[in-house]
Design a protein. Structure first.
Ligand SMILES: [Zn+2]
Length: 267
């Protein structure tokens, strides 16, 4: 009998995410690049700094980031590791409230300002309703790690984005699950005059039918749903008690297990 494998949606085994910080005006151009290529992004905003300097204004958040993920980055961008617990709580919760007022949904994603984090801080953030928190440290590869409160991407876009894109596109190992995740700041493309980098990468990745483009919270919720999947010992019946559709591969065939459904995978 064949194996029953976990898959990304539509039976894919490659996923792609972009995670960009600070809500700078250059996000407009970056969102446009993503939209033109059918890709999703995650945007980490400081609720207390909207409209200041060259930042996106509060009135623009809902429209600009529609279809993408609005995520937190603290209210005013301090190094959280140097604040009291009370100050950390205020920075997280007030940021969430302001962003949620604009986005209209629970904001559960986060990236650490300056990448400053510690394990006790990560634990505190989890207790404030955050589902993941991104570091600036990177893995350099496409592993799917599940240490969500200390989540690391594949790398910053200046770290060989095109070479990594090429490597990711050529990956053929069907036995694995691969997640290419990129982080950065949109204003860096202005500063370094290298918009061509992200344009080229997105043009290559956007046209691929074997890649699942997802927000970061989309991945976190998907993994959570598949961890809660109930499989029979023989691997031929699956129950999905979650609100997210989960995909399995049985005998080489992709099968969708809809939210709340029980599905016979074989025969
Ligand atoms: Zn930042």
């Amino acid at each position: 009998m064949g194996h029953t494998y976990l898959c990304f949606p539509a039976g894919k085994n490659k996923a792609l995410s972009f995670s960009y910080d600070d809500g700078n005006a250059a996000d407009r151009k970056l969102v446009d690049v993503f939209n033109r290529n059918g890709l999703k992004g995650t945007f980490h905003l400081n609720g207390g700094l909207l409209g200041q300097g060259n930042n996106i204004g509060a009135d623009e958040v809902a429209g600009l980031y529609a279809g993408h993920e609005v995520a937190g980055h603290s209210l005013t961008h301090p190094a959280l590791t140097r604040l009291s617990g009370e100050a950390v709580a205020a920075e997280i919760l007030e940021d969430r409230k302001r962003l949620e007022d604009l986005a209209g949904y629970p904001v559960r994603g986060f990236s650490y300002p300056y990448g400053a984090w510690s394990r006790p801080l990560a634990d505190r953030l989890a207790s404030l309703g955050l589902a993941y928190a991104r570091l600036v440290d990177a893995t350099g590869d496409f592993r799917l790690e599940e240490d969500w409160m200390a989540w690391r991407t594949t790398g910053h876009h200046n770290r060989d984005l095109l070479a990594q894109t090429d490597k990711f596109c050529r990956l053929e190992a069907r036995h694995g699950l691969h997640w290419f995740s990129v982080w950065g700041h949109s204003y860096e493309f202005d500063r370094e005059d290298n918009w061509g980098l992200i344009e080229d990468a997105c043009a290559r990745l956007g046209g691929r039918t074997d890649v699942w483009s997802t927000t970061v919270i989309g991945m976190v919720d998907y993994v959570d749903a598949w961890r809660r999947l109930r499989l029979s010992a023989a691997g031929d019946v699956a129950e999905n008690p979650s609100a997210v559709a989960v995909w399995l591969e049985a005998d080489g065939k992709a099968v969708e297990v809809a939210p709340g459904a029980r599905v016979r995978l074989r025969g």
